[in-house]
Ligand binder design. Sequence first.
Ligand code: ADP
Ligand code: MG
Ligand code: ZN
Length: 479
Amino acid sequence: MSAWEAVIGLEVHAQLLTRAKLFCACSTAFGAPPNTNVCPVCLGLPGALPVPSEEAVEMAVAVALALGCRVQPRSRWARKNYFYPDLAKGYQISQFDAPLALGGALEVDGVTVRIRRVHLEEDAAKNLHGVAAGSDTLVDFNRAGVPLVEIVGEPDLRSAEQAERYLRALRETLMFARVNDGNLEEGSFRCDANVSVRPVGRSELGTRVEIKNLNSFRFVRRALQAEIRRQIGILESGGQVVHETRGYREGLDDTVPQRTKEQAHDYRYFPDPDLPELRVDEALVRRVAQRLPESAASRRARWQQTLGLTAYDAQVLTGHPAIADWFDAAVAAAEGRLGAGGPKRIANFATTELLRVVSIDGLRAHIPVSPDRVVELLELVERGTLSGSMAKDVFARMVATGRSARAIAETEGLVQLSDEAAIEAVCRQVLEAHPKELARFRAGKTNVAGFFVGQVMRQTGGRAQPDLVRRVLDRLLGA
Ligand code: ADP
Ligand code: MG
Ligand code: ZN
């Protein structure tokens, strides 16, 4: 019995967040009533002519650049022919032998996964099964013609877990490029997984199986684990893996045949005679490159190297591009206002307090307090006006009322007690009210001092400056 190695290559289809479809001006808005965002072009009526969308081409170029691909100055539109009710014109406009971009890479936990190609294509319509009384299947053409990029990875992945990490990194890359909302459930980020198994040490690839339509990270991992198990079982019992498409059954945690994989020539790809070749000049590539937002990986490295953030904080703050932008804006706003270590304090505050009140919907995030307002709050803490626990209260009120930290602190008298005489009065009260504890302290149990500090903080509603309380208590207890 030999040891086996899994080989995995993923093909990802990601919807580009353009306003209009790829070859017509129809809206791409999700959730519109069925068949309202349609026209002769995306319905596939005879004689209607497609016109490529510049916006979609620019977003696809952004994808290519974010993945380090070489954008091809000339690429070609091709018809991929097949019959299915969601494809009224009988072919999908895609790219085949001359794709938009070639040869990129994605770094996944120190492993380089090569990207073979990135190309543009239109989405098909959507079949809706059993949605109306008496109907079997209806077709919604709103999705027909929506622009997709297909990203084909080389078979460089070696485990189901690594494939999941690659997919997460790819989704992050597209979201940080602001071209895709990363929604696996709604299908705007879809993955087909190819997997084979071979004896460790062999360089030829084994026969592969394709698993289609995996709509969550968990499914990708579990489906691949199940399929790898199945293939090893076949090979160990002397059998042969069949080249086919299989689907994952969650309940049974196994894969079953769907249909035999068509050979590429069955699609009878040929250049679309309605469309001239796609030209992407250097000026366009430069323009897109200039506007491309900084990647999550680059931000993590920069924050750790120049701002002293931990890997954990950097990871949490790149959980969504809007949060990363918020943090960068806060660091900029803090310049000259917060001392050294300001970025770290902002990071601490953001990962604990701020993230609790953020809500995320695809590429959009609702962050209820601006970077500038949080910096103002942290300034008040730094100056000793507010204690850390008061800052949390004030922040909750900022979220609830939309008012600034300073306004809340002023109108509600939420200013830290730093008047020594006032604090001394409270300390004396506390000592008088706890004669038993005081006796224990005098008998040598000096850790009771902490109890007194706590009581003073309670009496002052957390407003007393803890350092000052400790000093005053030391003085009174020493006497
Ligand atoms: P097709 O032309 O049928 O789509 P490709 O050669 O383009 O096939 O490969 C499609 C995907 O399958 C790519 O992501 C690639 O990495 C992956 N792949 C190809 N061969 C194998 C294999 N033997 N094992 C695992 N993955 C593979
Ligand atoms: Mg393919
Ligand atoms: Zn249309």
